[in-house]
Design a binder for this molecule. Sequence first.
Ligand code: ADP
Ligand code: GN1
Ligand code: MG
Length: 368
Amino acid sequence: MIEMTTLKKICEEFRFEGVLTECSPYGDGHINDTFLVVNKDKYEETVQYILQRVNHIVFKETEKLMSNIENITSYLSDMVREDELEGGYEVLKLIRTNNDNSYHKDLEGNYWRAYVFVKNATGYTFAKDNTMLYSAGKAFGQFQLMLKDYPVDSLFETIKGFHHTENRYENFLKVLEKDVHSRSKYCLDDIQFVKDRKNITTMILKALELGEIPYRVTHNDTKLNNVLIDNDSGIGRCVIDLDTVMPGSALYDFGDAIRSCGSTVAEDEEELELLKLDTARFDAYTNGFLEILKHELTQTEIELLPYSAIIMTFECGMRFLTDFLDGDNYFKVHKENHNLIRAKNQFRFVKEMENNLEVMIDIVNRYC
Ligand code: ADP
Ligand code: GN1
Ligand code: MG
C-alpha cells in the first residue's frame, strides 16, 4: 500500500493541471503500479491522469526504457498529425515533470511517470463481443505498421530476451531444479506438459536467426487490455503499455494477442472444461490484424501466424509456471495459486489450438 501523502507528493512533481482530489489504484496490469489521478482545474472541471510506478525489478534500466517511450510516442504523434489518421486514433502522451523529465525518481529509488488519461475508452480483460476484437486487431496492426520504418536497432531492449522462448525454457528448468518453495509436487503434469514441447521453443527464433522472417519494431505485450477501446465507436483508440516496444517479430504480437483473447474464457479461468478455442474470436482478431498488415507481412510470417498463437501461449504459460515455482516474484497475484491457475489455463489453450490448427490456418488464409 502506498500512502496518500506519498502519492500527493509524487503528483506535485508532474505538470498536472488543477488541484488533486483523488489518486487511487487503477486497471488490471500485472507489472506496474497504476493510479488514476483526478484533479479539478480552475473552472472546476475534472482533469484525469494516469500515474505509474514503474516496476524496476522487471525493468532494470528505467532511464533507457523511458527514452524508448519518449522516442516512440513522439515519432507516432508526428505521424498521426502528418497523416491525419481517421477514426480518432490517439497516441499515448507522457506528462513531463517540473524539471522537464519524462519520469521522476523518488528518494527511495522508485521511478514514476504520468500519462494523459485516455477518456471514454476501456481496456478489457475479456472481450465483450467480437467487433471489439476486430478493432483490437486493427489497432495493434496499425501500431506495427506505423512503426515499420522506425530504426529497429535504435531501440533499447528493455527486458533481455523477452520472447526468447528457448531461454525461457532453460530458465524454467533452472527454477524447477531449485524448487525453492517445494511447489513442483503440485504441478507434475504441467511440468511434463512443458518438457514435452521443448521442440516448439525454437520455431520463431530460428526463423529470425536464419533471416527467414524480419526483425521489426513490435509491441511485444499485445494483451487485450493494452489497447483501449472507445466506449462509443468501439474502435481501438489507443495502444498503451509501451514498456516492451523493442525489436521483435510480428509473430510475437499476433500470437500474444490470440493468447489473451482467442479462447472462450479469461486468462485465469479455473474451470478448464469451459476453455475452448473460440474460432469466432480468433477470426475477428485475425481479420482486423490482417486487414492492416496483409501487404506488409512476408509469406513466411503469414504461414507462421497460427503457430505463433500456440508458441506465445505456451511461452506465457511457462512463465506463469516458472513464477509459481519461484514464489510469485514477477506477476502480480490476487489469490492463492494464481500463477498456477493461469499456467494451467494457458496450457489447456495450447492443447486446444494444437487440436484445431487446421481451422486456424484456414482462417488466416481466408484473410490473406
Ligand atoms: P501494466 O504494465 O502493469 O500492465 P499498463 O500500462 O498496461 O500497466 O496500465 C495498466 C492499466 O491502466 C491498463 O490496462 C489500462 O486499463 C490503464 N491505463 C494505462 N494507461 C492509461 C491511459 N493513458 N489512459 C487510460 N487508462 C490507462
Ligand atoms: C504482463 O503488463 P501486462 O499485465 O500488460 C506481461 C506480459 C504477459 C501478461 C500476461 C512486461 O502484461 O508479458 O503476457 O502479463 N508483461 C510483462 O497477462 O512481463
Ligand atoms: Mg498492461
